[in-house]
Design a protein around this ligand. Structure first.
Ligand code: THU
Length: 134
């Protein structure tokens, strides 16, 4: 699958976003080593802090279906003029399972930038950090 095709899988998810409060739909598509793609959208809540982002929706779908250590690329998309940069919580959650993940971050015109997660979360805190405490 090309990068652009993965980005388009994420764009298809914008229709599923539940965004009555922000009116800011986000879509995500997470590719695994075997080619499986898990998609996600943001799902908001009247208790605003309970909202889950599109990237984390895709990630927890993948992990709950048995994928853990084979994530390759993640596309995250929105409709705005600026690129839809993943929030800090999503960067952290992705780092847990895929510190070497490649991100495709798109804006509303369907153009995207490709960069490693490590560039958005340098010196991340992960499972290895905990094992070095003793
Ligand atoms: N949002 C995401 O889905 N992913 C991000 O990385 C940034 C923010 C969502 C959460 C909320 O539904 C809306 O965008 C506005 O913050």
């Amino acid at each position: 699958m090309t990068d652009q095709e993965l980005v388009e899988r994420a764009f298809a998810m914008l229709e599923r976003s539940y965004v009555p409060y922000s009116h800011f739909p986000v879509g995500a598509a997470l590719e695994c080593g075997d080619g499986t793609v898990f998609t996600g959208c943001n799902v908001e809540n009247a208790a605003y802090g309970s909202t889950i982002c599109a990237e984390r929706t895709a990630l927890v779908k993948a992990v709950s279906e048995g994928h853990r250590d084979d994530f390759v690329r993640l596309a995250v998309v929105g409709r705005s003029e600026d690129y839809c940069w993943p929030c800090g919580a999503c960067r952290q959650m992705l780092y847990e399972f895929a510190p070497d993940l490649t991100l495709l971050v798109a804006r509303g015109d369907h153009t995207f930038v490709k960069l490693p997660l490590a560039e958005l979360l340098p010196h991340g805190f992960g499972p290895k950090s905990l094992s070095q405490s003793e």
